[in-house]
Design a protein around this ligand. Structure first.
Ligand SMILES: [Zn+2]
Length: 86
């Protein structure tokens, strides 16, 4: 069931591919690009990296690299939560 082919909207694909490549617009990245004055996450973590929001952040669901590769329900729930935030 979780491997069923799903129709993702373009924005969801973009988020999925960013997560897979670990190049999302997390605050850590924006800070590096000097687009933000700090790299804090809303959860209070000092450095919001892609790994942080994939596996640690208390602000949203988590998912694994395997979920991202297979585009599982878990990955989709993660995308739905984060797509407008990263
Ligand atoms: Zn966080």
């Amino acid at each position: 069931m979780s491997l069923q082919r799903v129709r993702l909207q373009r924005k969801d694909w973009v988020t999925l591919n960013r997560a897979r490549a670990k190049v999302g617009k997390t605050t850590s990245t924006l800070h590096k690009w000097k687009l933000r004055s700090n790299s804090e996450c809303p959860c209070g973590n000092q450095n919001q990296t892609m790994d942080h929001i994939l596996s640690e952040c208390t602000e949203g669901p988590h998912c694994t690299d395997q979920d991202l590769r297979d585009c599982t329900d878990t990955a989709q729930a993660w995308i739905t939560h984060w797509r407008d935030k990263i």
